[in-house]
Design a protein around this ligand. Structure first.
Ligand code: FMN
Length: 390
C-alpha cells in the first residue's frame, strides 16, 4: 500500500517527506522533481519568499542508480530562509528575546484554533506547521507518483479556471493544459491568455489595496484506465479519495468532480454523459458525448479524463489586516502580518496535482499490485487486454 508523510516547519531547517510502497524499478529523474517544485513556486501574486527559495529535492533513500528500489523513499527540501531563523526557532531553548511570536491571530488562518488546541500562548508554532510551505514536500513525493503513473501512460496536470471575479469561458482541452506545463514563464497558469490578463488585473487591484484573492484550479488526469476505485466500500470510492486528497491542501474549501456543482442545478438529461460505441482510441470503444462526470461514476474511474476542481478561499494574511485580539492582553488589535502571498491559485493547482497523482498511484497499485514495475506493468497490460476483449 502506498503511504506517505511529511514533516517540517515553514522556517525550520528543512522539510522531509517519506513515500513508502512504491514498486522497485521506477525511473526517478532529479530534474523532473525539481521542475515540479519550481512549478509550485510560480504564479503572479506570490510573496517575497519565492524569490529566496529555489527548491531542490534531496533524495536521501529509496532510489539508487536512478531507480526506485522498493524501500521507503525519503526526500529533504532545504529551507533556504533557515539562516535567518536559526535564533528565532532553535531546536534548543535558545534566547526567548529572539523568538518571533505571532501576537494576534489572523482570521482565516490556523492561528487561533491551533493555539487553543495545543495550549500555546501565541501562534508561532501553529503558523510554522499550518503554512502551505508544507505542500512543497507533497509536490516532491507527488512527482515520484507522477513518474510511476507515467509508466502506465497516465499524466496529471492542472490549470487555473478562476481568480477573483474572472472565470474562463470554456473548458480547456488536454493539449492546451499540456502546453502550459512546458512554459518557462508562468503568469497565472491559465489556458485562456485573454482571461489570464484579466486575472492579472484582479491580482494587481488587490496588491494595491492590501487585500488578497482566492480562485479555482482544475486538475486533469489524462489517460486513466477505467476501474480505479470502487463503489464496493465507502472509503474506497475514487471520488471520495480525491476529494479528501485535494481538500487536505491549505486554503482549499470545496472540491468538485467534473461539473458536479452545475449538475446540481440542471436536469438529468442535460447532465449525464450519453454512451456510444464508436471510440477509435482509448482503453475501449465505448464513447461519451461529454464528460460532465469528470471521469468517475459510482466511485470508479470510467476511462474518461478525470477532472477535479479545488476552490481556494482568499489568503488570510492581509497587508491591511482584519480585526483581531492580542493574545497577551486580550485587547482588540489588528491581526498579525508576516510576509505573505496574495494569490496562490496556480501553486495550489500544482500541489493538487501531487495529491491527485499520489491518490491515483495508490489506487493503481491496489488494482495492479506489483513489487517491481515489471510486475505492475505485466498486470496492467493484462488488464488492458481484458478491456480490449470486453
Ligand atoms: C500554495 C499555497 C500558498 C499559501 N501561502 C499563504 C501565505 O503566504 N499566507 C497565508 O496567510 N496563507 C497562505 N496559504 C493559505 C494558508 O496556508 C491556509 O489558509 C492556512 O493554513 C489555514 O488553513 P485553511 O485555509 O485550510 O483553513 C497558502 C496556501 C497555498 C495552497
Amino acid at each position: 500500500m502506498l503511504r506517505y508523510f511529511t514533516a517540517g516547519e515553514s522556517h525550520g531547517e528543512a522539510l522531509v517527506a517519506i513515500l513508502s510502497g512504491m514498486p522497485a524499478g521506477v525511473k526517478v529523474e532529479q530534474a523532473f522533481l525539481d521542475r515540479e517544485l519550481w512549478r509550485r513556486q510560480q504564479g503572479y501574486g506570490r510573496g517575497g519568499r519565492m524569490k529566496i527559495e529555489r527548491d531542490s529535492a534531496h533524495i536521501l533513500s529509496g532510489v539508487r542508480h536512478g531507480l526506485t528500489i522498493g524501500s521507503p523513499i525519503s526526500i529533504q527540501l532545504e529551507n533556504r530562509d533557515w539562516k535567518n531563523w536559526q535564533e528565532s526557532l532553535p531546536v534548543a531553548a535558545g534566547d526567548p528575546a529572539k523568538h518571533k511570536p505571532v501576537a494576534s491571530p489572523r482570521p482565516g488562518h490556523a492561528d487561533l484554533a491551533g493555539a487553543l488546541k495545543y495550549n500555546f500562548a501565541e501562534a508561532r508554532y501553529v503558523l510554522e506547521r499550518a503554512s502551505a510551505r508544507e505542500s512543497a514536500a507533497r509536490v516532491a513525493i507527488g512527482a515520484v507518483a507522477k513518474l510511476f503513473l507515467r509508466e502506465l501512460g497516465v499524466e496529471v496536470l492542472s490549470h487555473v479556471v478562476t481568480i477573483g471575479g474572472v472565470t474562463v469561458a470554456e473548458l480547456a482541452p488536454w493539449e492546451k493544459i499540456r502546453a502550459l506545463c512546458d512554459k518557462e514563464e508562468i503568469l497565472l497558469n491559465c489556458a485562456d491568455l485573454e482571461a489570464e490578463q484579466r486575472m492579472k488585473d484582479e491580482v494587481d487591484r488587490v496588491l494595491k489595496t492590501g487585500d488578497s484573492l482566492g480562485g479555482v484550479f482544475e486538475v486533469v488526469a489524462h489517460n486513466v484506465p477505467p476501474g480505479l476505485g470502487t463503489y464496493a466500500q465507502w472509503d474506497e470510492r475514487l471520488d471520495a479519495l480525491l476529494a479528501a486528497a485535494v481538500m487536505s491542501l491549505q486554503a482549499v474549501k470545496a472540491v468538485e468532480i467534473g461539473s458536479g456543482v452545475a449538475a446540481a442545478f440542471a436536469p438529468g438529461s442535460a447532465v449525464h454523459d450519453e454512451i456510444g460505441y464508436a471510440a477509435t482510441s482509448g482503453f475501449t470503444a465505448f464513447s461519451r458525448t461529454h464528460n460532465n462526470a469528470g471521469g468517475i461514476e459510482g466511485g470508479v474511474s470510467n476511462g474518461e479524463e478525470i477532472r477535479v476542481r479545488g476552490y481556494l478561499k482568499p489568503i488570510s494574511t492581509l497587508r491591511r489586516p482584519l480585526q483581531s485580539v492580542d493574545f497577551a492582553t486580550r485587547e482588540p488589535v489588528k491581526a498579525a502580518y508576516e510576509r505573505s502571498d496574495v494569490c496562490v491559485v496556480p501553486a495550489a493547482g500544482v500541489a493538487a496535482e501531487a495529491m491527485v497523482a499520489l491518490t491515483l498511484a495508490r489506487c493503481a497499485l491496489e488494482k495492479f499490485g506489483g513489487d517491481s514495475i515489471t510486475e505492475t506493468l505485466r498486470n496492467f497490460n493484462g488488464y488492458c487486454q481484458q478491456l480490449k476483449n470486453f
